[in-house]
Design a protein around this ligand. Sequence first.
Ligand code: PHE
Length: 359
Amino acid sequence: MDFETLKNQAKKELAGLKTSGVLESWRVKYLGRNSELALFLRSLSKKSLEEKRQLGPKANQLRQFLEGAFQQKSLSLVDSQSPATDFDLTLPGRVQEPGHLHPLTLANREILKIFSSMGFDIMTGPEIEGDYYNFSALNIPDWHPARETMDTMWLSEKDLPRLKKDVKTASGYEYKKGNKFLLRTHTSPIQVRYMQTHKPPFRMVVGEGRIFRNEATDARHEFQVNQLEGLMIGKDVSMATLHFVVREFFRKFFGSKEIQMRLSPSFYPFVEPGADVSVSCIGCFGKNKDCRLCGGLGWLEVAGSGMVHPNVLRSVGIDPRKWQGFAFGFGIDRLSMIKFNIKEIRLFMSGDLKFIKQF
Ligand code: PHE
């Protein structure tokens, strides 16, 4: 190989280059994996010791030279392409669009406004929960099958030491071996937290209720959704009060929209009796058997609810013979779908600007 000729040729070509695109082809040609020089360097290993001694240093010198020249050239190209020289006074300016809130934030704010106007306190709670709050204190002991239905995302023992501080400050109880932690599967643990620190009578709702479930997603299921938890305890709070409060809430939240509601019996370990709240399907209003949204039922389930179970009241030291009340847990995403006429829940988290910009 003739080092001198190669060097001169490379130098000459480099001097004539004007853009970083062609500079890259130059690099590939002279320094790339299949360049003459690289092939030569690889073939050196098969040569005799004498040849290696003689040619090795020369080839390396050439490589260093080419690399240096390449770097210098790329710097000088960047310099000459600086924005100052590209400045075009005649281009139109960039329009600054005003930002706006996500539909879920809009809905959440409105919901909280409605409930505070009805005298409800607003609470928040940690997203990392201990299994005591998420399950045990809610009348779901270790062995209870309801734990299975929650599709819980548990934090692994491996993660816990790393999350030690967060877990402690967030969930208010120490990381200890045997204490299990999870991403909360519902906002009901905040009922427990609230009742531990307040004396009845009271009413509260939870704002910012992000929850997590390991679910397969479809048009109405997501693995991360937002819940609106409510709790009202008093001397004579009943299912009739629940019905009134929910109806009143719908009336304000949906405004003049023709929405029908229905309560149907359901089971949740932390209420007795329990009921699901459904509203008429906005996708088909009960007229389409193949409706993607309601599965042909004509109703969309938007909440679980019921009278707080005496065991739950006992677990926080409230005497169930003196106090009673209801709790509910709404899916805010579903409520927003109905309010804004959105037929696919996964759009909320899609980050799709075409969707977001409509609100
Ligand atoms: N926490 C329940 C769920 O997410 C809903 C619920 C809340 C049911 C309050 C009853 C009372 O599935």
